[in-house]
Ligand binder design. Structure first.
Ligand SMILES: [Zn+2]
Ligand SMILES: [Zn+2]
Length: 116
């Protein structure tokens, strides 16, 4: 674990591989969660309506250095005036190589190295 001195928090807006703009941030002090949320802001009520057990909504606080996602916990007001975002559900095919390739190259036989 290395701490970057510039990582004072805050969300970065990046483009997901599915093409949608998303906000990415590590949220949480102890067990930080790598959050990818839809960049489009919702109202607190709309985000709460979309919330699922594996899909959380986040309260977006605007700091001087950009947006900052915060947990929506029990103490969070239901009529929060801040914009909220909901976890991004990616429509892109999963990353990683599903197809197998034979990565083993035939070994170069000794004595067959050609120079020049
Ligand atoms: Zn809120
Ligand atoms: Zn995506």
């Amino acid at each position: 674990m290395t701490r970057r001195p510039s990582s004072s928090g805050g969300a970065r807006q990046v483009r997901c591989r599915c093409g949608r703009p998303v906000l990415r941030q590590l949220v949480g002090l102890r067990a930080a969660l790598d959050v990818t949320a839809d960049a489009g802001p919702l109202t607190a009520a709309a985000a709460a309506a979309l919330r699922e057990p594996n899909r959380l909504d986040w309260c977006v606080r605007t700091r001087k250095d950009g947006p900052d996602l915060a947990w929506v916990d029990r103490s969070h007001p239901a009529d929060c005036p801040r914009p909220h975002v909901i976890d991004h559900q990616c429509t892109a095919p999963p990353a990683g190589p599903p197809r197998r390739r034979t990565t083993r190259q035939p070994p170069v036989a000794e004595g067959q190295l050609t120079l020049g």
